[in-house]
Design a protein around this ligand. Sequence first.
Ligand code: GDP
Ligand code: CA
Length: 316
Amino acid sequence: MRIVTLAGGIGGARFLRGLQAAAPEAEITVIGNTGDDISLFGLRVCPDLDTVMYTLGGGINEDQGWGRLDESFTVKEELLAYGVGPGWFGLGDRDFATHIVRTQMLAAGYPLSAVTEALCDRWKPGVRLIPMTDDQVETHVVVDDPDQGRRAIHFQEWWVRLRASIPAQSIAAVGAEESKPAPGVVEAIEAADVVIFPPSNPVVSIGTILAVPGIRAAVATKTVVGVSPIIGDAPVRGMADACLTAIGVETSAQAVGELYGPGLIDGWLVDDADAAVRVDGVEVRSRPLLMSDPEATAAIAQAALDLALELKELDK
Ligand code: GDP
Ligand code: CA
């Protein structure tokens, strides 16, 4: 069985671990979000790709959900001693090595997809991880800065430095319109039996991947099941509500299901707290959706896969 998933960072990675447990024989391709990527200290940092790679490769800091296990921060402290920031983005010593290798390979002319494959040679995540594009796409957020007035800032500055504490007037994937899917992305979608959206951020993770021309159209031809990242009108962890508000969508499983809609998804898995959700043209099922431990997460992934296979069968 071939499964394609689109994934952001923490929500995507945790779900994927469950999917691997639920379908150990399946060939899973993960199309990763690169809109969160940022250059820091001259190094290219790809937080969502790395979160997936570290989580599935056994190198993640479990409590945090991002960054490396057994991490130290000597390089960051030394940089700060020179007055060189930013200090608000947590790059640990072990993590730095990943970004150095990546930056060196990019500078040698390798596309990000080839670099990601090389990094995965070490981590062996058990899935094929492909960035959505080899082109530079960066999510920017327009804010009304109390000091500097209206300006566009990098997503990470809004999300990590400001903790989304000031409202986003708008969110844009800069460069997306001119970008092309990375080699293998459209081919993997076309060859997939089913496509599953993990409970990743619908705006700045899944939404950004779908903004790469060609990806949405390819996904739309498949049997697609989404897992709601919203339970009872709140994102389970993080600040996804601030992103939804910015695009004028209510923070509810209902509204996110409608945002994807019948043109894109066939099935929508919501939490039992949202059992009343109905989306025209979409099969909605409810079950507990809290990824509280590996067993619970595997059961969620199994339910998403079962629904997808059921809907695919009906479609024949
Ligand atoms: P990020 O790139 O690290 O922000 O991660 P993702 O975009 O992959 O996923 C973030 C989203 O995961 C959050 O906005 C939450 O709504 C969702 N999420 C986190 N934990 C859970 C969980 O246990 N259950 C469900 N249903 N969603 C979750
Ligand atoms: Ca992310």
